[in-house]
Design a binder for this molecule. Structure first.
Ligand SMILES: Nc1nc2c(ncn2[C@@H]2O[C@H](COP(=O)(O)OP(=O)(O)OP(=O)(O)O)[C@@H](O)[C@H]2O)c(=O)[nH]1
Ligand SMILES: [Mg+2]
Length: 495
């Protein structure tokens, strides 16, 4: 084809020209460089050094600028809080969160509870385990005069109870009975787990080989560095050989999840409890009566005595660290909730501004839709809320990358907006301006929501990743936001 030949010829000329220019530039540069070099060599050395220093400085500055512009930051996975917290650290975190407006009540309550228990001075042992394992029965066997509820029906303990006990050596001990884990609903399991984390030692009660949920519970306690004693209860149901085999199995199971239990931290006992037996009367009739089974908990008492006498100080430190960790978890939950509410406000306000602008036809138009003031402010505020400190350059890049994706999403946004407005009865034919306003609002709404997801996922603003995530989630966000934004537009229009 003629045109094709013409283009090839043009390209060939351009290539030839580029080469000629490149050769000329090379000659020119080398000539002047050699010239400068000659003069510098013949001049005083101070000038040579100063000249080289300035050249180096310029090169470094250029490299630095290129690095900032071109090299993208990689996403570093958010670090898990691995190192144990100190008292000062957790208190500082709480103070800072409080100053930012976060509700720190629960985190503070954990620290207050810890202080109260430390003031009391007793060693706190928590009986923990699945429903009906015999936790309450064990406490009753240790303190026969205590009023402890025990029942064949699982879930007999539905709140936390504390009992005071003094062992033979006179140590003050606080025994805690909690609801069994694995019951219906799961709320009681949460209460029990939190209470177990607050104790010095957890006496993990089971009545056979460990189930999956028991192993999970042990794993979770180990992440709080909780000292464990494994109590195999209802030993009366097993022969001596069976007991030994079961205890070995329990040791292995805990070992598999990194528990590293010593052999003397696994004990087999009989709490006793009550058995329902059918008695035959003299007249031949039968009746059911409750009989106490004899208890045999000597090995448990020995294990407790040893723990309490040997490790009191270490136990205190470990408990303190565990509670600081609970407080940190509570704080993180409160922060997440605060961020969720606050980001909602920020996105709403930006969306409203976009809608108002579009309705008043003062919107700059789709080409610079999100790169304007509203988009920048929303991005800055959301980043600040999530503790990300992006460079202005990153924000600009994020908005401009997202802008280029909006071009493709706008027709979809208009369609979704038009459809969404139909859901409002009595609107008649929907005016084009209103549809546009809703479509613009929707894009801000989608941008804000995807940015929140991106920030909470990565902990920082990585322009390319965040804008890609915006594009990927846009249709979903548009659908999810359409009623909300349509209502907003109608409110604004009505004013
Ligand atoms: N055979 C036998 N049964 C026991 C033993 N200890 C407790 N039981 C029975 O196990 C059942 C549950 O005992 P609880 O002490 O209420 O168990 P729990 O772990 O406190 O249960 P929840 O509070 O519901 O989680 C009762 O029927 C007890 O009689 C024991 O050593 N041997
Ligand atoms: Mg109980």
């Amino acid at each position: 084809m003629k045109l094709d030949r013409f283009i090839r010829l043009a390209i060939a000329i351009v290539i030839a020209l580029v080469f000629v220019i490149a050769i000329a530039a090379l000659l020119f540069i080398s000539e002047s460089a050699l010239n400068v070099w000659d003069r510098l060599k013949s001049g005083p050395p101070a000038i040579l050094y100063a000249y080289t220093a300035v050249l180096l400085l310029l090169a470094v500055t250029a490299l630095w600028l290129i690095w900032r512009l071109v090299v993208r930051r990689k996403i570093t996975p958010t670090k898990a809080a691995a190192a144990p917290l100190s008292k000062q650290e957790i208190e500082t975190r709480i103070r800072e969160a409080e100053a930012a407006g976060v509700d720190v009540g629960e985190a503070q309550a954990e620290l207050q509870e810890l202080a109260a228990r430390q003031g009391d001075g007793a060693i706190n042992l928590c009986f923990f385990g699945e429903v009906s394992a015999g936790k309450s029965s064990l406490i009753r066997a240790l303190i026969p005069e205590a009023d402890v509820v025990v029942d064949v029906v699982g879930g007999s303990t539905d709140e936390v109870h504390h009992y005071r006990w003094q062992n033979d050596a006179g140590s003050e001990i606080l025994l805690t009975d909690v609801p069994g884990i694995g019951g219906v609903g799961g709320e009681l399991s949460v209460i029990a787990t939190n209470e177990a984390r607050r104790a010095h030692v957890v006496l993990f009660v089971c009545d056979s080989d460990l189930t999956r949920s028991e192993i999970r519970a042990i794993e979770s306690l180990l992440t709080f560095d909780k000292p464990l004693v494994l109590v195999l209860n209802k030993a009366d149901r097993f022969t001596t050989e069976e007991q030994a085999a079961l205890m070995q199995k329990l040791l292995e199971r805990v070992d598999e999840v990194g528990g590293n239990l010593q052999r003397d931290h696994v004990v087999a006992v009989t709490a006793g409890g009550e058995a329902e037996v059918i008695e035959r009367r003299e007249d031949g009739s039968e009746q059911t009566v409750r009989r106490s089974r004899p208890a045999d908990i000597g090995v448990l008492v020995v294990a407790i005595n040893r723990l309490v006498s040997m490790e009191a100080e270490g136990l205190d430190q470990r408990r303190e660290r565990a509670v600081f960790k609970i407080a940190a978890v509570r704080l993180a939950e409160a922060e997440a909730q605060y961020r969720q509410q606050r980001s909602e406000q920020i996105i709403r306000s930006a969306t409203r501004k976009a809608v108002v602008g579009a309705l008043a036809a003062i919107s700059p138009g789709t080409d610079v839709l999100i790169q304007g003031y509203v988009g920048t402010t929303m991005t800055q505020q959301l980043c600040r809320l999530y503790g990300a400190a992006p460079r202005d350059l990153d924000i600009e890049e994020f908005l401009s990358l997202s802008q280029s994706r909006v071009g493709r999403a706008l027709p979809l946004s208009l369609a979704v907006a038009g459809n969404g407005l139909k859901a409002f009865p009595g609107l008649g034919t929907v005016a084009g301006g209103l549809v546009h306003a809703v479509a613009y609002g929707l894009i801000f709404d989608a941008l804000g929501r995807s940015l929140v997801l991106s920030l909470s996922r990565h902990g920082e603003l990585v322009p390319e990743t965040a804008s890609k995530e915006f594009e990927e989630g846009i249709s979903e966000h548009l659908e999810a936001g359409v009623r909300r934004v349509a209502r907003m537009a109608l409110e604004e229009k009505g004013d």
